[in-house]
Design a protein around this ligand. Structure first.
Ligand SMILES: *Cc1c(COP(=O)(O)O)cnc(C)c1O
Length: 481
């Protein structure tokens, strides 16, 4: 095929996908939160051995749509409350497509001047939105997991360098042992990052209160016990309760002992962008590094995370690379490769630029406030029902709910029935957790499209699933009596 022919084919295929997208996006079935097929059916459709002969692009896309669509989970639906999963703003989806068409290698200024400068702009916007120190450096990652890894790598560099140890040159064998203090309920990706950084053996959990907030007094006691290079990992938004550590106290204490504070702020970071919600994260700006997500609360498509670091020199030192064939940006230009573990990467900052530009400072704040209000409405609506207890203080967008079954079911059995009902749809898809020993339903409001009516529909669906779970139990007993 000639180059011109290939360009024409790409354009034709994009038309096909554009027509399909228009239908898909307007299909009311995409508002149904459940998935329609089981795994064996999906495997039959999608997981046959790779045929020897290829197929033309149009046929392939047709197959993908026909066989893939039934197994989609409509997590972008406005009544989807599972995990912490936002939807996607129209401008974000469209600029994501533009990113693919442009197909820039976002590694260096040299490989994409536009991506480099857009990343510079987005970095400044984010630092201002979150109210962080002006010199804060920023990396755009695949998600908060990689952002945690990056922030903690910067931390490891910094605290060991302060003890006279060059971990990038000499590794960890023989290094002064750092102390890593994390809150009891910290996210699995923080533990994984610490493992990957060779620090697993140094980790100690600090006690948390009934909401999942790190106890400052327990931290102080832990700090006074030992000496040495120190990293403290705090949480801005517990993945279940949404609770925020006492950030000012955590930062002051850790700094008093010469430590570095890394904050896992996957969704809670965005509270800093709202005048109303900012009080829940006060002290956030005193930390040394932060990890957050754009694909959760900012409602951009997967994947996009953000790492921020108040010590740009340590941030870059932890990730430094150089090779004869790589030409660094000159005169203060930005090479994205200096701020995350990836080299070649999608120009993710394009979507951030478009979405932030679309919303503006006020639009971001309004999104956050709206979701927080919806979460409070959800909690208040559920709390009125017999046998339903909201177990967390609803500070941000997370609501944790426990159910009291009748005496013939355990809490876990009753919750499992509720979850099964909700996951069949059509509204209020949600998933379970165990909160301080008690089986609970986790609800998260972070979709830009969710309205008060959607929340009321979700309340009705959850209450009805709770009542059915009790009733079904009785039917079950009679059948087997
Ligand atoms: C989602 C989440 C993460 C991990 O983020 P990914 O974007 O899935 O990589 C880390 N910490 C918290 C608190 C989260 O909610």
């Amino acid at each position: 095929m000639t180059a011109a022919g290939a360009r024409r084919e790409t354009a034709d295929l994009l038309h096909t996908i554009s027509d399909y997208s228009a239908n898909y996006l307007q299909d009311p079935r995409t508002e149904h939160t459940g998935s329609a097929v089981d795994r064996s059916e999906l495997r039959r459709r999608l997981a046959a051995p790779l045929p020897r002969t290829g197929a033309d692009a149009g046929t392939v896309l047709g197959e993908l749509i026909e066989h893939g669509e039934p197994g989609l989970l409509h997590s972008g639906a406005p009544t989807f409350l599972g995990f912490v999963m936002g939807g996607a703003y129209p401008v974000a989806v469209a600029s994501e497509w533009l990113t693919s068409v442009w197909d820039q290698c976002g590694a260096l200024y040299a490989t994409s001047p536009t991506a480099s400068v857009i990343e510079e702009a987005v970095s400044r916007w984010l630092v201002t939105l979150f109210g962080l120190p002006a010199q804060t450096s920023v990396g755009i990652t695949t998600g908060c997991a990689t952002a945690n890894l990056t922030g903690l790598a910067a931390a490891r560099h910094h605290v060991l360098a302060a003890s006279g140890w060059d971990v990038e040159r000499d590794g960890l064998i023989g290094a002064p042992a750092p102390r890593i203090l994390v809150s009891e309920g910290c996210h699995v990706t923080v533990h994984r990052a610490l493992r990957l950084l060779g620090l697993a053996g140094q980790v100690r959990a600090v006690e948390t209160d009934d909401q999942g907030r790190m106890c400052a007094r327990a931290l102080a006691a832990e700090l006074s016990r030992t000496r040495g290079p120190l990293i403290v990992c705090g949480q801005v938004g517990n993945v279940d309760s949404g609770a925020v550590d006492p950030l000012a106290d955590v930062c002051d204490l850790a700094h008093e002992y010469g430590g570095w504070v890394h904050l896992d702020a996957a969704f809670g970071m965005w509270a800093a962008a709202s005048v109303a919600a900012r009080r829940h994260v006060s002290g956030l700006e005193r930390a040394d590094s932060w990890a957050t997500d754009a694909h959760k609360w900012l409602n951009v498509p997967y994947d996009c995370g953000i790492v921020l670091c108040a010590h740009p020199t340590s941030h870059r030192a932890a990730l430094r690379t150089s090779a004869e064939y790589l030409t660094p940006a000159v005169d203060g230009g930005r090479d994205p490769v200096d701020y995350t573990p990836d080299m070649s990467r999608r120009a993710r900052s394009v979507v951030l630029w478009a979405t932030l530009r679309h919303l503006g400072v006020d639009g971001v704040a309004e999104l956050i406030d709206r979701c927080c209000n919806h979460a409070r409405r959800l909690a208040a609506g559920l709390a009125h029902t017999d046998g339903v207890t909201v177990v967390n203080d609803v500070v941000l967008n997370q609501v944790l709910v426990a159910f009291t079954p009748d005496e013939r079911s355990t809490d876990a059995e009753h919750l499992a029935r509720i979850v099964a009902t909700l996951q069949r749809g059509p509204v209020a898809w949600a998933s379970p957790t165990t909160w301080r020993g008690r089986p609970c339903l986790r609800l998260s409001v972070c979709n830009w499209q969710t309205t008060s009516d959607d929340i009321d529909e979700c309340i009705a669906a959850i209450v009805s699933a709770h009542r059915d779970a009790g009733a079904r139990r009785h039917t079950h007993i009679e059948e087997f009596a």
